[in-house]
Design a protein. Structure first.
Length: 410
């Protein structure tokens, strides 16, 4: 017995539908990860694009405000750095001047010390003679003089030399002391100026670091602005694509292609609109549990096993028979209950053969809208104007009334 879910449409109309689906999927991919998560949580509405674009614009305005603020801070920091650079140049010039004065005083002190030493050497003999003369008594000096005038001249010369020597030594010493005091004062000024220079350099380095951090932060905000502009462009493109799709029965495709985790794929199981073709090639087109792989029943059986750990081999029948078989088969009748047409997340949704001829259709309910009028369906091999193709996975929001019956594990 063939386990095919639905009846194929014409080849030409099917190609047109696939093209529309491709456009839709491309639009959703362009919208970005945040939007993709959003549309999975509830049915898509056209104004959701407007909300997303408005939110992105608000983000971009906030980023621009921060970038402008950082730009002003950057200008202020640059001006502060320029001012610090001028202060540093002035201070370095003052240090050079003070250093020159210090060097000059050091040289003058050295020259004064040499002058003292030279005077001492020059006056050494006179000093010695004076001390010798001091040992001669006035009577002896008078006796050795040619007369009273010569005596007086000798006495006056001796006193004059002593006074001159005393004055010279005193003057030179005072000059040396003055130079030493000046050197101490200049050295203190020089030390203070160098400390100020070091503080200025540290402040300049701090301001430069702040400037680099500010510029880096501004660049990050500019990058965010650029990215947000691209997201807005993508959202607008998605909105255009969304608006161009004909929404038959309020059905909105969320995802399509292949289900992550479902083990059968186009590489290991061939499927086309003629279900019999599924049985060609290696493996016979079966999924190992007596269902045609990549068909609706195979997927739901796999999903039930994934959620409950129980694989119902070959007992589910065709798509339109699954609800009846779950509620009546000895292995499952005590485990499942009938929900009628009231869906719940985790339920199995069934279309009878009258709704989806000739074999019916079965799908998995991933989510239900708050008003319970919409269901988020996961399925394989569903075909309508948005379906991705035969034997492929799709996830879409549909009217709950699209399915004839829902059953769920107790």
């Amino acid at each position: 017995m063939k386990l095919r879910s639905t009846t194929p449409g014409s080849i030409s109309s099917r190609a047109q539908r696939v093209k529309r689906v491709q456009l839709f999927v491309i639009a959703f991919v362009m919208a970005g990860a945040g939007f993709f998560t959003y549309v999975r949580s509830q049915p898509v509405a056209a104004d959701q694009f407007d909300d997303q674009i408005a939110a992105l614009k608000a983000d971009m305005a906030r980023y621009q405000t921060e970038a402008n603020k950082l730009s002003k801070q950057s200008i202020t920091l640059k001006n502060t750095l320029a001012q610090l650079a001028n202060e540093k140049r002035t201070l370095l010039a003052q240090i050079d001047l003070t250093q020159a004065r210090y060097n000059k005083l050091t040289l003058q002190i050295k020259e004064t010390e040499k002058q003292i030493a030279d005077n001492k050497d020059a006056l050494g003999t006179t000093i010695a003679d004076l001390y010798v003369d001091d040992e001669v008594s006035p009577l002896e000096m008078l006796a050795s003089s040619q007369g009273i005038g010569d005596f007086l001249n000798k006495q006056e010369y001796r006193n004059s030399v002593k006074d001159s020597l005393s004055t010279t030594i005193k003057t030179v010493k005072e000059l040396k002391d003055q130079l030493a005091e000046q050197k101490v004062a200049v050295s203190k000024v020089l030390s203070e100026q160098k400390s100020a220079r070091d503080l200025l350099i540290a402040k300049e380095q701090e301001q430069a670091q702040l400037l680099a951090q500010t510029n880096n932060s501004e660049a990050k905000y500019q990058s965010l602005i650029k990215d947000t502009k691209q997201q807005i462009a993508d959202a607008r493109a998605a909105q255009i694509a969304f608006n161009n799709i004909s929404h038959s029965g309020n059905t909105v495709l969320v995802e399509s292609g292949s289900m992550v985790g479902y083990p059968w794929n186009p590489e290991n199981c061939y499927v086309d609109q003629n279900t019999a073709e599924s049985f060609k090639g290696s493996g016979g087109g079966l999924d190992g549990h007596n269902y045609a792989c990549r068909q609706c029943v195979s997927f739901v059986a796999w999903k039930i096993a994934k959620e409950t750990g129980e694989y119902y081999n070959g007992i589910l029948g065709n798509g339109g028979d699954v609800a009846y078989n779950l509620l009546t088969h000895p292995d499952t009748k005590d485990k499942y209950k009938n929900l009628g047409r009231s869906p719940q997340p985790g339920a199995v949704a069934v279309m009878y053969t009258s709704t989806a001829p000739p074999y019916g259709h079965v799908a998995w309910v991933a989510d239900v809208s708050s008003d319970r009028t919409r269901v988020l369906i996961e399925q394989y091999n569903y075909w309508n104007y948005q379906a991705p193709g035969w034997g492929l996975y799709s996830k879409m929001w549909m009217n709950a009334s699209s399915f004839d019956q829902y059953v769920i594990r107790k």
